[in-house]
Design a protein around this ligand. Structure first.
Ligand SMILES: [Zn+2]
Length: 259
């Protein structure tokens, strides 16, 4: 069983999620871009690093792997296509990773990168999702390698998970994402109240994460491309009709890239 899921801050706005075991001093970290804050966290809390989950190949998600492997010899689970150095078990869609008595299923979510995977577990209450740079609170990752079609399909897989799922993304991008979200979806009342709630958390120095699938369905413009308000915003950006969800998604993503 998981005891706690704790954010270890890294770089300017990354979180390295540390999942600790209820029954032992074992801990798993997700996307350790930097070894130093992980080593400090382990020492301060007298924990042993036994496992690492990697969502994709970007250096701010993998940079600490070499040092952590050398120091602690953990099992490292991650995607195959990019051949990330240090992965001991390559995972694919539908695979299961055993972690502290729970089974995490692997979901392939290409788009931000082509190798991107997410890890999902529906055994705790609420279920948990580690989605790297695919789904963010009120946003989604930039399309460095995939097409809008591919990313839209990946996001749809995550949006279809249990609505109570706690969403652990890798970056604290929430306030910037919300600024865009309200520009794209200006009459969304849930979005307005979310903005003041998240502002309060940031003002108190708290992370805005985890989010939840339900909150994202209600406030994340990239999960709401089927809503007429988002379609209208996309069309006013494009200056022409956006006849399907992919066109709306593409217009929103391009707009956000230059926002
Ligand atoms: Zn990335």
């Amino acid at each position: 069983m998981f005891k706690e899921i704790h954010p270890i801050p890294a770089f300017a706005d990354n979180y390295i999620w540390a999942i600790s075991d209820q029954a032992s001093d074992a801990v798993c970290v997700v996307d350790p871009g930097d070894a130093t804050p992980v080593v400090e966290y382990l020492a301060q809390n007298k924990l042993t690093l036994t496992d690492i989950l990697i969502t994709h190949h970007h250096p701010d998600h993998t940079g600490g792997l070499g040092e952590l492997k050398a120091k602690f010899s953990p099992q490292v689970y991650g995607p195959q296509p990019s051949n990330i150095a240090g992965i001991s078990t390559h995972v694919h869609e539908g695979d299961c990773v055993e972690l502290f008595g729970h089974r995490l299923s692997v979901i392939e979510v290409p788009g931000h990168t082509l190798d991107h995977v997410a890890f999902y577990c529906d055994e705790p209450d609420p279920p948990v999702l580690f989605c790297g740079d695919t789904l963010f609170a009120a946003g989604c990752g930039r399309l460095f390698e995939g097409t809008p079609e591919v990313m839209h399909e990946s996001l749809a897989k995550l949006a279809a998970l249990q609505t109570t799922t706690a969403v652990y993304c890798t970056h604290e991008y929430t306030m910037a994402n919300l600024k865009f979200a309200i520009a794209a979806d200006p009459y969304n009342k849930t979005l307005l109240s979310r903005i003041s709630e998240e502002q309060e958390k940031r003002a108190s120095g708290l992370p805005t994460l985890p989010s939840s699938v339900q909150l994202e369905l209600e406030t994340n413009p990239f999960l709401r491309c089927n809503q007429s308000a988002l379609q209208q915003s996309a069309e006013s950006q494009l200056g022409r009709t956006a006849s399907d969800e992919i066109k709306v998604f593409t217009a929103l993503r391009n707009w956000k890239d230059n926002f």
